[in-house]
Design a protein around this ligand. Structure first.
Ligand SMILES: [Zn+2]
Length: 375
């Protein structure tokens, strides 16, 4: 098996157009990864997710280790076979969700012990165990086990957490070993502090990874602070490897991150919003439950080619949402994921043709217009 490689094909300003080649297929970058938390992108068949244009999915180590367990997934042939997704899969390390979901956490140099949010059972994740779980799942892109505080946090806490994460990054690399066909990404920490981010980047460069994530953002700091950090954080990472911004975000967060040199992102927002009736279009955000849609025969977006827009009216989507019909989540999730992938392909073309600034200005003016007027 060959190595996972990254080829940068074009650059416009700081924005990069490239391709990550894996044994399970190419990932065109900038890439948005839909989140398949529990071995499913909720409300979507895998072939539907692929039809939106997604090249890669994200799976959550924390959720899968608790249920159905990594050992069970491995015995059943691995995550790709288990969930019927043949493309690449990136798994997170479990660290972030232990911090955000699990109960009674105890953090030591060795790792984290915690109680499951499902049944209260006790578990431990260490860098070594995280590598083992992600190998059992059969993940193509494995993330280092790390730890990060919610922001705002004081500088000492951010520094000591970053230093711990860098020791864990070395342990993750040692435990990962040599696995051709699988990639290991390091995770930069350091909060919003430029010097701590630089120290973290340097530590990761010395360990050497197949790709690098900017971690510890989108944890409550707000877009302005996040962009402020992204003005320097990606530049500190190696130029010739993919850069992944974890857990981001809203459409304008994604565009702003790509403009600052990010190649990959993931977020539950488009799929979760699809289940709560929040719809993203090139004219901003609309809420399908509003009464203004109940007699409206027009699609969500007349320019969108997704099934929700091609075949259904706002009136129908309003009706099935209000009636809590399952097809509501299916169609709105499909539309939102399709819209996100449209943004990504639009950015890829614009970067390749050197027109990314004009593309961004169209994107922002379209969204500033707001939804079409009611009938
Ligand atoms: Zn649509």
């Amino acid at each position: 098996m060959t190595r996972i490689t990254f080829e940068k094909q074009a650059q416009d300003g700081k924005a990069r157009r490239g391709v990550i080649r894996t044994t399970r297929g190419d990932i065109q970058t900038p890439a948005f990864m839909p989140v398949g938390t529990a071995a499913t992108v909720k409300a979507m068949m895998p072939e539907s997710v692929a039809a939106t244009g997604a090249d890669i999915l994200l799976g959550n180590t924390y959720h899968l280790m608790l249920r159905p367990t990594a050992e069970r997934v491995a015995a059943l042939g691995g995550l790709h076979k288990f969930m019927n997704w043949s493309g690449p899969i990136l798994t997170d390390s479990g660290g972030f969700q232990v911090m955000s979901l699990a109960g009674l956490r105890k953090l030591t140099e060795k790792g984290v012990t915690f109680k499951s949010h499902i049944d209260g059972s006790k578990h431990e994740i260490t860098p070594e165990r995280s590598m083992e779980i992600q190998a059992l799942l059969g993940s193509d892109i494995v993330m280092c086990f790390d730890e990060c505080p919610a922001l705002p946090a004081d500088r000492d806490r951010i520094a000591s957490s970053m230093e711990l994460s860098m020791r864990w990054a070395q342990r993750s690399k040692d435990a990962f070993g040599d696995r051709p066909g699988h990639a290991l990404f390091g995770i930069q920490q350091g909060g919003l502090e430029e010097d701590l981010r630089a120290q973290s980047a340097q530590a990761l460069r010395e360990i050497e990874f197949d790709g690098y994530a900017v971690g510890g953002l989108a944890v409550g700091e707000g877009q302005e602070a996040m962009f402020g950090c992204l003005d320097f954080a990606p530049d500190q990472l190696p130029e010739n490897k993919p850069r992944y911004l974890m857990g981001v975000g809203k459409p304008d967060d994604i565009v702003g991150a790509v403009a600052r040199g990010i190649d990959m992102m993931d977020c539950v927002l488009p799929s979760r919003s699809g289940r709560t009736g929040q719809v993203f279009t090139r004219h901003g955000v609309l809420n399908i439950k509003n009464a203004r849609h109940q007699d409206d025969p027009r699609p969500l977006d007349e320019n969108c080619s997704c099934p929700a827009c091609r075949n259904y009216s706002r009136a129908y989507l309003h009706h099935v949402f209000r009636s809590q019909e399952i097809i509501s989540s299916m169609l709105l999730t499909w539309h939102n994921l399709h819209y996100y992938q449209d943004i990504m392909s639009g950015m890829r073309e614009a970067i390749a043709s050197g027109t990314f600034a004009a593309w961004q200005s169209d994107f922002h003016s379209g969204r500033a217009q707001g939804d079409i007027d009611p009938l």
